[in-house]
Design a binder for this molecule. Sequence first.
Ligand SMILES: Nc1nc2c(ncn2[C@@H]2O[C@H](COP(=O)(O)OP(=O)(O)O)[C@@H](O)[C@H]2O)c(=O)[nH]1
Ligand SMILES: [Mg+2]
Length: 302
Amino acid sequence: MEWFDKLKKGLSKTKDDISGKIEQVFTFNKEINDELFDELEEVMILSDIGAITTETIIDRLKEKIKAEKLTSSEEAKKALQDIIVEMMGKGTQNIKPEKLPAVYLVVGVNGVGKTTSIGKMAYYLKNNGYSVMLAAGDTFRAAAIDQLEVWGNRCHVDVVKHTEGSDPAAVIYDAIQSAKAKNIDVLICDTAGRLHNKKNLMEELKKINKVIEREYSDAYKQTLLVMDATTGQNALSQAKEFIEVSDVNGLILTKLDGTAKGGVVVAIANELNVPVKMIGIGEGIDDLQEFNPEAFVKAIIN
Ligand SMILES: Nc1nc2c(ncn2[C@@H]2O[C@H](COP(=O)(O)OP(=O)(O)O)[C@@H](O)[C@H]2O)c(=O)[nH]1
Ligand SMILES: [Mg+2]
C-alpha cells in the first residue's frame, strides 16, 4: 500500500470529521463573509486546533484574502490550505538517526503509547537497515517489562531488562554496555510515565540522561516525546510541561486512527517548537508512519 493511501486510511476518522466539516463550511457559504469565518472558526476549535492557533490562522486567512483580492469561498479554501501548509513546514519527518550509534529516550505520560511506539519504531528502523536494541526503563510494573519483551520478540531485537522496581538508570547503563558490545546502531529506551509528580519525573529523567551522557557521549542522542492525539488540547499542555523540563527533539503522535479531530497536529506545529517525527495510526507493528505535514494538510482539507 502506498504510504499516502495508508496515511489517508489511518486518518479516515479524522477525514470524515475535520475535513468533512471544513468542506461543509466552504460549500454552504459560497461567498466570503463573516458567517464563513465564524463557522470556520467554530469547526477548527471543535477539531482540536485550539483557540490560539485558530485565531492565528483566521487572521492570516483574512489578510491573504484581502491582499490577493479573493472573492469565492473555493479560493478561500485553497488559501486556507496554503496557510496551514506553511505553518506546518515541508518535508517528510522520520526517526532515522543522523549518525551512529544512536540512543533514543522515549518519554511521555502513562498510557500515551510509548511502549507500543517503541515496538513499532524497532520494526521501522530494522526495515530501514539498522540494528536495534531495547531497554526496559519502565520498571514500575512487571507487565511493562513483559510488554516490551513481547515487542522485542515480534521484531527479533534484544531487550535489556532488570526486575520490577529496579533503578531505571541502572537498566539504561547495562543496555548501553550491551549495545556497545554488540555494535548496535540504535538503542531505544523505554521510561515510566506514571511517576506521581513532575519533580520525581524530572529527577528520574535527569539521572537517566546523566548515565547516557557519561557512558555514551559519542552517541547521537534524541529524546522523543510520545503524545496521544485523542486527548487533544490536553496532549498539548502535557507536551509543554515535558518540553520545559527536558530537551525534547521530536514528537511521536499516537492514536490518530482513534480521533475524529486530528487538528491537534496543526496546534502542535504552531505552538511547539518541536517537529512531529512519526504518527501512530493503529496498534499493529507497521502502524507507525513517517510524518509528512503537507500530505497531512491535504488529507484534512481538499
Ligand atoms: N489505536 C491505537 N492504539 C494505540 C496506538 N499506540 C498505542 N496504542 C494503544 O494504547 C495503549 C497504551 O499503550 P502503551 O504503549 O502501553 O502506552 P505507555 O503507557 O505510554 O507505554 C495500548 O492499548 C496500545 O495498544 C495507536 O497509534 N493507535
Ligand atoms: Mg509503557
